[in-house]
Design a protein around this ligand. Structure first.
Ligand SMILES: Cc1ncc(COP(=O)(O)O)c(C=O)c1O
Length: 388
């Protein structure tokens, strides 16, 4: 028996590999993007209450009604159109499922989908799983700006969609108005569907405010907006995401979601209502905590001699190690990441693993910093001791 041809096109995530490597070497894990601090108490308590009150069977496949109602309320305000809980909202098992389902629902075999690289590692596989073709457009270090001319040049008669992540993993970019205007042009000129991954919408710096591309007038009826709770509420293991889509897309998304997972975990969906109802003070505290973490990790990386742009959103930094005063500074990113985990005791992700494009991501590694200050300080001590 052979596995499907599709599976020859991608392999298991390098990020998960790096987490295993961190465990093997007892390294501080700044590779995979999950917090080492806990989910807010009221949200955990809501999950326990939901289980004890008997919310333990399948939910309606596209989502537990109070959660869909809450999401519809939030997204009506955010997107500026009337998001209906029964028509436009699908609760998924994480943003990952949301992306796979959205992509499968619109692409036919051979269709092309634009992706910006560096990219989160499930973007290209989401196209392959639909027997479609991801077409990558590079964002260049160190600014990682989206160049509209490059985006336009990547379009062919087969292009059907674009998948856009903002705030962006792994660069920390928040695409600005000029860049989004470029996306709008290319999407409209070519009658594309835009799929947005906005999982880091609540992790922003320096007073930035998230604007969903799907709220912009020309994109309203052609954008599938995907969000999730894992990052905002430090509960990546709960596997909760959602897709907000105009009706013509939502029906297909729900059908695929039904046959893929039936539904997300019912008691956790009930507790997600409590998460989304957290007071403004929680979000303010989260923002303030992330500013502290960002300042500390940037100070450490600069002190050690890495070159890195300060993130505008999300919780990652792409850092160039080529100027470090150590012989390993000439290693390729994968070898350097192995050296980091085994010899330095800090696990990171090789920068080139976020690109399929040849020659990109050289001499870079990604640090994830959703960690306690004490964890970052400990990582800093190891980095300073071994790399400086
Ligand atoms: C851009 C992006 N999208 C999606 C995901 C996965 O989200 P989830 O855990 O909700 O499936 C991640 C996780 O790191 C991410 O960075």
């Amino acid at each position: 028996m052979q596995t499907s041809k599709r599976l020859t096109l991608f392999r298991e995530s390098v990020i998960r590999d790096m987490t295993r490597l961190a465990l093997k070497h007892n390294a501080i894990n700044l590779s995979q993007g999950f917090p080492d601090f806990d989910t807010p108490e009221p949200v955990k308590e809501a999950a326990v209450r939901a289980i004890q009150s008997g919310l333990n069977q399948y939910a309606i496949t596209w989502g537990y009604p109070p959660l869909r109602e809450k999401l519809a309320e939030l997204y009506t305000a955010r997107l500026g159109w009337n998001v209906h809980p029964d028509k436009h909202v699908t609760v998924t098992c994480g943003v990952s499922e949301g992306i796979i389902t959205a992509v499968q629902s619109i692409l036919n075999p051979g269709d092309e989908m634009l992706i910006l690289e560096p990219a989160h590692d499930n973007f290209r596989p989401s196209a392959f799983i639909a027997n479609a073709v991801p077409v990558s457009v590079a964002l260049d270090a160190p600014d990682y700006r989206l160049e509209v001319a490059k985006l336009r040049a990547a379009v062919t008669p087969k292009t059907r969609a674009m998948l856009l992540n903002t705030p962006h993993n792994p660069t920390g970019r928040v695409f600005d108005q000029e860049e989004i205007a470029g996306v709008i042009e290319v999407v409209l000129e070519n009658d594309l569907v835009l799929i947005t991954d906005e999982i880091y919408d609540r992790i922003l710096y320096d007073g930035r405010i998230h604007q969903s591309p799907g709220s912009l007038e020309p994109l309203k009826d052609r954008t599938i907006t995907i969000g999730g709770l894992g990052k905002t509420f430090a509960m990546t293991g709960w596997r909760l995401g959602y897709v907000i889509a105009p009706e013509r897309f939502a029906e297909g998304i729900r059908t695929l979601h039904d046959y893929t997972t039936i539904c997300a975990a019912t008691p956790l969906q009930a507790a997600a209502v409590a998460a989304l109802a957290m007071p403004e003070s929680f979000f303010e505290q989260t923002t303030s905590d992330y500013h502290q973490r960002r300042a500390l990790i940037m100070e450490i990386l600069t002190d050690v001699g890495f070159q890195a742009s300060t993130p505008q959103g999300a919780y990652y930094i792409m850092a160039d190690y080529s100027q470090l005063p150590i012989p390993q500074a000439s290693l390729a990113p994968t070898e350097f990441a192995y050296f980091m985990a085994s010899d330095v005791g800090v696990a990171v992700v090789p920068g080139d693993s976020f690109y399929s494009l040849e020659g990109y991501g050289r001499s870079t590694i990604r640090f994830a910093f959703p960690k306690k200050i004490s964890t970052l300080e400990q990582a800093g001590e190891r980095l300073l001791a071994r790399l400086k």
